[in-house]
Ligand binder design. Structure first.
Ligand code: HEC
Length: 106
């Protein structure tokens, strides 16, 4: 019985970890970096209309919330599809200020 318990706990943990990995790998960060440069930087460079934004502008959690809730002026995002936003979200998340690899620039 003890062993069975351990097996069940291990399986549950494995399933949980697999889910986490999926959530984290939702977007393609390489594409996201390219898309961020192409679509976001026009308005988010030093002195631009939206002010300077880099992955360091937010924490991982804040980036996810920002994209989940689409807290942006939709007009500025109208030419960017959901898949691309997911990639950008992933890039910003991976290099957020509290991430393993904080990065200033996209
Ligand atoms: C057409 C111009 C434009 C484009 C393109 C644009 N933004 Fe913005 N963004 C703005 C403006 C304007 C604001 C508001 C700045 C303010 O409130 O002072 C803003 C605000 C923001 C903020 C700050 C909101 C906050 O929580 O403080 C973030 C983050 C942001 N944009 C991210 C992005 C990302 C990511 C992209 C690309 C997917 C993008 N923006 C594309 C104009 C743009």
């Amino acid at each position: 019985m003890k062993l069975l318990g351990k097996i069940i706990v291990t399986l549950a943990l494995l399933a949980f970890t697999a889910n986490l990995a999926l959530a984290i790998e939702g977007g393609n960060p390489k594409k996201g970096k390219y898309l961020f440069k192409k679509n976001c930087k026009v308005c988010h460079e030093d002195g631009a209309a939206g002010g300077k934004i880099t992955p360091l502008s937010k924490t991982m959690k804040q980036w996810d919330r920002f994209f989940d809730k689409k807290k942006h002026d939709p007009a500025a995002w109208k030419d960017i599809n959901d898949k691309q936003l997911k990639d950008i979200n992933q890039f910003l998340f991976n290099h957020a200020k509290d991430s393993d690899q904080p990065q200033t620039c996209g």
